[in-house]
Ligand binder design. Structure first.
Ligand SMILES: *Cc1c(COP(=O)(O)O)cnc(C)c1O
Length: 408
């Protein structure tokens, strides 16, 4: 400290700098709004387009750059942007790539808030949306026209978990010259490579990923990522991202960086538990249908096998730890609610991908224009396997079935 300065100044402008070269398992946490420039020439030379330097906390720190690079690598991409939530990442894609007069296509089983964004903000801005059948490639083909600028893909779809012909959909978008963006939250960069679906380099243009789910893994962080392989597309997204003022906090980025090394182990464990429980559910007479893409009877199972079948060495394929059941229509809503309330290890709550198993009833009548032909009638309940012991989870389900029957 300089002896000529007052204590207040000395505490702020302290001369000590720790030695460089600190090396440890976890990268450091950098937090900033202001970033210093050594001189005006350096200030003028810096720009926001790449990771060659730092301009302002919102435009990146060593911590967020590190997380972006790791997510890009996880997904098989080359560039990545972080957003404050998965939904913010998806909204950024729409706002960056669409303008008045354009059309966007969204699958009927899309993540609900992505559709709400199209019905709300995008409609107000003069951007039309159309819903397509994720299980019918011809329906998607028929809806692409000269105004279509963006096609959203989702594999597996939200809540009902149908696995689409992802290769066919992506190839179709390529042939028709339309940008396709995948909501890759379910696959998490592990079940398949969104930028190389067929092993010959066929890939989506944009992968949007709710890091809130498996990459965080704690149920305690909200974050999204937008990954690409093409610099020009990345810069369009980055410009919108900058204009919208989107950024993530250093502590949140650190929390995800801390969870990433265990991501493949957690994903595989949740997959194993969910598959065993989905198979068990399929044997219970109270459930008219069980939806999990690895079940041979699931809608889109062959497409799941085609894209995700090679993800593990044992030939079992890979899937997220999600499955849904359709409780037989003979059970009134109140009894299905009693079943959900009777579960103790499966907690009632949105989101998934954390340590705690979750349950959520859904009203498909409110979510789809009509009841999908491939789904049994009844009440849909979605489960997410956490990291608890699978036998305890099965016992919890078995006990709650008593409440479904009215003997709680
Ligand atoms: C959770 C989720 C999102 C949104 O992520 P948030 O961080 O909660 O905004 C988007 N897509 C899918 C498929 C999701 O499950």
């Amino acid at each position: 400290m300089n002896a000529h300065h007052a204590a207040s100044t000395g505490l702020i402008h302290h001369l000590y700098a720790p030695p460089a070269g600190f090396d440890a398992p976890q990268p450091g946490v950098f937090k900033a709004s202001t970033v210093f420039f050594p001189n005006v020439a350096a200030l003028r030379a810096r720009q926001w387009k790449d990771k060659s330097g730092y301009t302002y906390g919102l435009h990146g720190t060593p911590t967020t750059f590190t997380l972006e690079e790791r997510i890009a690598a996880l997904e098989g991409g080359l560039q990545c942007l972080l957003a404050p939530s998965g939904l913010a990442a998806m909204a950024t894609v729409a706002l960056a790539l669409l303008q008045a007069g354009d059309e966007v296509l969204i699958p009927g089983n899309a993540y609900g808030p992505n559709l709400a964004l199209a019905q709300g903000q995008l409609a107000r801005y003069g951007i039309a949306h159309w819903i397509y059948d994720p299980l019918d490639l011809n329906d998607l083909a028929a809806r692409i026209n000269a105004r279509t600028r963006l096609v959203w893909l989702e594999a597996a779809g939200s809540v009902t978990l149908e696995f689409p012909d992802l290769i066919g959909q992506t190839r179709l978008c390529r042939e028709r010259g339309v940008t396709c963006a995948l909501d890759n939250t379910w696959g998490a960069g592990l079940a398949f490579n969104p930028f190389d679906l067929d092993g010959a380099g066929l890939g989506v243009d944009v992968s949007a990923h709710a890091l809130t789910k498996y990459p965080s893994g704690g149920g305690d962080v909200l974050m999204g990522a937008i990954t690409t392989r093409e610099e020009a597309l990345h810069l369009r997204l980055k410009l919108a991202h900058m204009h919208l003022g989107l950024g993530v906090g250093g502590n949140d980025a650190e929390a995800v960086l801390r969870s990433l090394p265990s991501l493949p182990l957690r994903y595989a464990a949740a997959d194993r538990a969910a598959r065993a429980l989905a198979r068990w559910c399929a044997a219970q007479p109270q459930f008219a249908q069980v939806l999990h893409p690895a079940l041979p009877t699931a809608p889109g199972h062959a497409h799941w096998r085609q894209v995700c079948g090679a993800a593990d060495a044992a030939g079992q394929g890979a899937a997220a730890g999600l499955w849904s059941v359709i409780v037989h229509e003979r059970y009134p809503q109140a009894q299905v609610d009693a079943f959900c309330d009777a579960l103790r290890l499966f907690r009632l709550g949105y989101s998934w991908g954390g340590p705690v198993s979750l349950v959520m009833p859904y009203n498909l009548n409110e979510m789809r224009p009509s009841w999908p032909a491939h789904l049994a009638r009844g009440t849909l309940v979605r489960f997410c396997a956490g990291l608890e012991d699978g036998r305890d989870l099965q016992a919890d389900l078995a006990r709650a079935l008593g409440a479904l029957e009215g003997n709680s």
